[in-house]
Design a protein around this ligand. Sequence first.
Ligand SMILES: [Zn+2]
Length: 223
Amino acid sequence: MANLGRMTSAEAAAGPGHLLVPLGATEQHGPHLPLDTDSQIANAWANAVAERSSGWIVSPLIPFGSSGEHQGFPGTLSVGVEVLRSLVVELVRSAAHDFDRVVLLSGHGGNFVPVTEATKQLNAEGHDVRCLFPHWPDWADIDAHAGCTETSIMLHLNPDVVQATRIATGQTAPVNELMSVMRSEGIAAVSPSGVLGDPRMASAELGRQLFDDLVARTVNALG
Ligand SMILES: [Zn+2]
């Protein structure tokens, strides 16, 4: 499995021609998960996909995203919509000199608008780029943020960083009912703990199943 940051320029020139770019975030994930949860998930996702596919190199992770809705919680570092959109556009234009395909894997759902807009612009410029977000069409009970879904995946990927004694239920109303308040006032207005969902039933085994399903569908999608 090839990791671009650890290759020499000569090795990159001789290597396979497709690039996976993990996009993360640095934002609160409740009292029990670290600020780099989305970054860890994006990195693991990209590396697992590269291991199971031929011809893909993994780019260094982008650790900052569009996380304004989490800004009220200490430790959150957001670059906002416009900077992320520009960053993706410039990065893919640069990558296009050496890579014939680029796939962006975002661990943070809040990156959706800027990354989707950037991808549309790049496609219009003729670049072969697409963006994917964690998505489980065959599963019920996927929750939104620091809930059972993300906590289970972290228990599978890196259990040492999960502070199990601090796990508590968060705001469990459907996200679409909360969206307008979250957009105008931030996540703290609907969930004082920052959790959207209920992580109390999280398990490493569920995390393994969710992660393996995500990786398998991504490998299929890349063909
Ligand atoms: Zn997250």
